[in-house]
Design a protein around this ligand. Structure first.
Ligand code: SF4
Ligand code: SF4
Length: 256
């Protein structure tokens, strides 16, 4: 992984960027660069479209920088809308709390707590799969999913939402654990690169924060949220982490 000296990129000046501001910059520039349908892999058209929100009931995890960006976005909303969104996040927390009480999972740790420990090195791929399946079974819509099944923060949505595109039939997404889903591979996951950079800067393991819990998470990490970093060096080191993530990823062969 890229070697980043956190001391070198910490900004003592107020002019630096917070991680949330940096994430929003990266995502807004990436938005322009995103290739559109049909996918460049096999010319099968991408199925995804506005008003198609089954995937917004899946467990989506974001990096700390994206969680901070989401919290900043919510804080910047007009009061009426902000209260509405905050209430939806609270609803999700309550539902996950209720799920904790009657979960049939073998692991007796409350579900909400398990969701906040997805970065536990003891969890293998199968454990992550089981947690994701359990989350989807709850059918909890993302707090940003509108009643029209469209994303209400489309221009500001986190990287995993931008990067998840499929070429299989939209109906298959109603149960992605029973149906085969053809996901368009991405060579660089911006969220993964951001997570890797954040781990390096914040001196933690790579953190996977559930999008539906990220508001509370960001608000409980106020010091990291406010900390500012030298913008140019942040950009440079993000590029290094992106390269490292791209190199570590192997492009899976496509099914015909
Ligand atoms: S991933 Fe599936 S549910 Fe989500 S927008 Fe694409 S086709 Fe629709
Ligand atoms: S942020 Fe938008 S695209 Fe992402 S899960 Fe939520 S509603 Fe769906």
């Amino acid at each position: 992984m890229a070697d980043v000296s956190t001391d070198a990129i910490f900004s003592s000046e107020r002019s630096g960027l917070t991680l949330g501001e940096f994430a929003r910059e990266v995502l807004s520039s990436e938005c322009e660069a995103r290739p559109s349908a049909p996918s460049d892999q096999d010319q099968k058209p991408v199925t995804c479209g506005k008003g198609c929100g089954a995937c917004c009931r899946q467990l989506v995890t974001v990096s700390p920088a994206e969680a901070f960006a989401v919290a900043d976005l919510v804080d910047s909303l007009p009061e009426c809308r902000r209260r509405e969104v905050e209430a939806r996040f609270t609803e999700v927390e309550i539902r996950l709390g209720e799920a904790s009480q009657d979960s049939n999972a073998i692991d007796e740790t409350p579900f909400g707590e398990r969701l906040l420990k997805l970065d536990d090195p003891a969890l293998d791929d199968e454990a992550h799969y089981c947690i994701a399946r359990e989350y989807f079974s709850l059918q909890i819509p993302c707090p940003f999913l509108g009643s029209d099944e469209a994303c209400s923060i489309y221009a500001d949505r986190p990287a995993p939402c931008r990067e998840y595109l499929v070429t299989s039939r939209a109906e298959c997404c109603n149960d992605p654990f029973a149906n085969e889903i053809d996901v368009v591979p991405v060579s660089i996951s911006r969220s993964e690169a951001m997570g890797s950079l954040c781990a390096c800067l914040l001196k933690t393991e790579v953190q996977l924060i559930p999008l539906s819990l990220c508001l509370a998470w960001a608000r409980s990490h106020r010091a990291d949220r406010r900390r500012r970093w030298d913008a140019e060096r942040l950009e440079y080191n993000f590029a290094l982490h992106s390269e490292a993530v791209a190199a570590a990823r192997s492009m899976p062969p496509r099914d015909s």
